[in-house]
Design a protein around this ligand. Structure first.
Ligand code: SF4
Length: 245
């Protein structure tokens, strides 16, 4: 079912992080995603990239021992390594999934047809329970004031995996999790039971995300939206940037 998104001459595709940038400041989104202006990477981002690289190298067997930076989640890493050793076809590491605007799977590098790109660190299938677990590595602090955003992100992973693993049938379950590497937190939706998505959630989740991204695809102005992060924004006025704030 095509959702009838207006063809936007400026924006062809979105991702969770791009949407987040748009929602915090449409001008910043335009400068980075449309005008392709680069922001220098800060030390926290550089460090995050290095740690993600270590996690990938360990899971792919390129590092024999667990790097010290990953020790706080030793149990998670050991479990995933064991799963890869036993059944490598059931674990995908460092993936980018692509979807068209009518939610069909496509290649992420389908430059004309890919509408949503979902980047994830690990997806593994637990065969006995027919459950797909999506793992997103996080560096930095777990922010209890940000739970709404975390749940939203888990919901997008849930939808993407329900579509990608549809062939696992009506008993399929998807459990996404945010695994923190700088503290021992694993966030799975906040309650005692992990947030679990099942095939009957697909229609509701599609509708929710279509509504969420509509402003981005309808925008033609991309106005600045001053916010508490302006002082750190590369494009701010007193940094010589193009923004008036
Ligand atoms: S300085 Fe603030 S308003 Fe201007 S582009 Fe950056 S985030 Fe947006």
């Amino acid at each position: 079912m095509a959702i009838g998104f207006p063809q936007c001459p400026l924006v062809k595709a979105w991702s969770y992080s791009r949407l987040g940038t748009y929602q915090s400041c449409p001008l910043k989104f335009k400068l980075t995603a449309i005008d392709k202006m680069e922001e220098p990477k800060g030390p926290a981002m550089e460090r995050g990239n290095v740690i993600h690289g270590l996690a990938e190298a360990y899971l792919k067997g390129e590092k024999k021992t667990l790097p010290k930076e990953l020790k706080l989640q030793e149990g998670v890493f050991k479990d995933l390594r064991a799963r890869i050793k036993k059944a490598p076809h059931l674990v995908e590491v460092e993936q980018m999934w692509g979807f068209t605007s009518d939610w069909q799977l496509t290649r992420w590098d389908n430059w004309t047809g890919c509408w949503l790109r979902v980047k994830l660190d690990v997806a593994h299938v637990d065969e006995p329970t027919n459950t797909v677990v999506i793992t997103d590595w996080k560096t930095g602090k777990f922010r209890p004031d940000n739970l709404q955003d975390y749940v939203k992100q888990l919901g997008l992973y849930g939808l993407a995996a329900l579509l990608k693993y549809e062939h696992l049938g009506p008993t399929l379950k998807v459990q996404p999790r945010l695994v923190y590497l700088d503290n021992p937190t694993i966030y799975q939706g906040g309650s005692e039971e992990p947030l679990t998505f099942v095939p009957k959630d697909v229609a509701k989740l599609k509708k929710l995300w279509e509504k969420e991204v509509k402003p981005l695809f309808n925008d033609r102005v991309f106005a600045p939206k001053p916010n508490q992060w302006c002082g750190w924004c590369h494009f701010r006025k007193d940094n010589g940037g193009p923004c008036q704030y």
